[in-house]
Design a protein around this ligand. Structure first.
Ligand code: SF4
Length: 213
């Protein structure tokens, strides 16, 4: 999901044509994600003069369409591209908007907000303005490749057992087992054949309540 279509895209009815579209295609190719596998949409539904930034009143006029698309499609992951789409989703789900200085910290991190997984990434036009951003975009978009399937340990992991016994918050399973399992400390230690306790949580912290359960 991104902010608004460009002029060529508006005329063609297709999203992400032109230079930023080429960047996006490469980022998706690297992540082995085809455009056919994802639903792409805009926050603002028509072209803004000179590709200027959307005004608040334009967002307010258009966001109902996006809200309806989200309701109908009910996506497992929402992936806002860039500042405006990310900020809108935070507002939609009643989250605090970080300061301009800290906003970038949202990118490349999976969030679980009101039962919805949200993974903000930088807009694909970003490296066209600042080439030094290319590696971090590649890293963040590459993560999309792992969202298409759960962690290989999900059927047998003790976290499943704790969850089914009502001892574990669903967010752990959604954020890691069915989300960013690559970032799970348990997963990483399994891959390195390192020992860890059964009650270690995916972020590496311990929940003593789970001990001996
Ligand atoms: S807790 Fe970690 S290792 Fe276990 S299933 Fe979830 S992601 Fe995989």
């Amino acid at each position: 999901e991104r902010q608004a279509p460009g002029e060529v895209e508006d005329n063609n009815g297709t999203m992400f044509l032109g230079p930023s579209g080429e960047v996006l295609n490469k980022l998706l190719d690297n992540a082995n994600v085809s455009r056919n596998e994802i639903y792409m949409t805009n926050l603002i539904k028509c072209h803004l003069p000179k590709n200027r930034k959307p005004k608040q009143q334009e967002i307010e006029a258009c966001h109902h369409y996006l809200d309806q698309e989200i309701n109908i499609i009910n996506p497992e992951f929402l992936i806002p591209l860039g500042h405006y789409a990310t900020r809108y989703l935070l507002q939609k789900y009643n989250q605090k908007i970080p300061s301009k200085h800290d906003f970038y910290k949202l990118y490349g991190t999976l969030h679980y907000i009101h039962q919805q997984k949200i993974y903000p990434v930088q807009h694909p036009a970003a490296p066209l303005h600042d080439g030094s951003l290319q590696p971090v975009l590649e890293k963040n978009y590459h993560k999309l490749s792992i969202f298409s399937h759960p962690c290989k340990w999900a059927p047998t992991c003790p976290m499943k057992h704790y969850y089914e016994k009502g001892l574990l918050d669903k967010k752990w399973r959604e954020l890691y087992c069915f989300g960013d399992w690559e970032s799970c400390k348990r997963y990483q230690m399994e891959e390195q054949n390192k020992y860890h306790e059964d009650w270690m949580l995916p972020d590496g912290s311990y929940d003593e309540i789970l001990k001996n359960k």
